[in-house]
Design a protein around this ligand. Sequence first.
Ligand SMILES: [Zn+2]
Ligand SMILES: [Zn+2]
Length: 289
Amino acid sequence: MRLPDYHTHTARCGHACGDPSAYVMAARSRGLLGIGIADHLPLLPEPDPELSMGLSDLGHYVAEVQALKTAYPGYVFLGIEADYRPHTVSDVASILKDHPFDYTIGSVHHLGAWGFDDPRQIDEYADRDIDDVWTEYLELVGDAAESGLFTILGHLDLVKKFGYRPTRTLAIELDRLVERIARAGILVEINTAGLHKPVGEAYPTLDILRRLWAAGVAITFGSDAHRPEEVGRDFAHAVELARAAGYRGFACLETGLYGRRAHVRIRQFDAADASPGRPAAGSTGASSS
Ligand SMILES: [Zn+2]
Ligand SMILES: [Zn+2]
């Protein structure tokens, strides 16, 4: 399938396995258009060895992926997935600026101190008003989009991961978020990892994808692979979702001239991408919320 996968992790983050070269090999054997390694930026302000590499490891990570970029020019990209947390924005910005990342994925994994997508902290949902959780989350994602720090917004509706849905439609909040994303000119990934979580559907829902398409927001693709064999997983299904929402193309990265950082280009789906696909066994398929 001639699609890129820009969201992959490695053993460095403490909860994935495989080194970057194993992910590149997997992408090549699957015939992907390109691959980005986007491991977790060290979590600030409190490092957690189960969530990300440590700061002292970042230089090694960059060097390792840079070597793969040299070995596979134009095919491998150096990315990073950075947490958007209001109190760490300036520290994250300075780390991003100090490293030659081709692109950055901005993700919200926390509401305050609560890591709402962390299975170790799932009990907290019982103490929360779920509509408040969603509105607070959507607001933070909009802030991340407008921060100017990121190329791609990660797993746009991650807050649904464990199946906790809002009790109302949130149409006004979603329209406002999509408007902020469109104005910021940031990309949104279709992230297929959600198919294998309790929610059983990709991020974001078809309903949100339709809003993004209508607002002119470009999409790209990420498996959020935490093992090499997950690279490009369920991408045929992701293309079906994109097409159902109205999309006829997607954004991909290209190497900048003279060693400059990658830039974004829009590419049309080709016939090979249009083949019908279903989520892999064990997942329940996608539906809009
Ligand atoms: Zn993430
Ligand atoms: Zn991720």
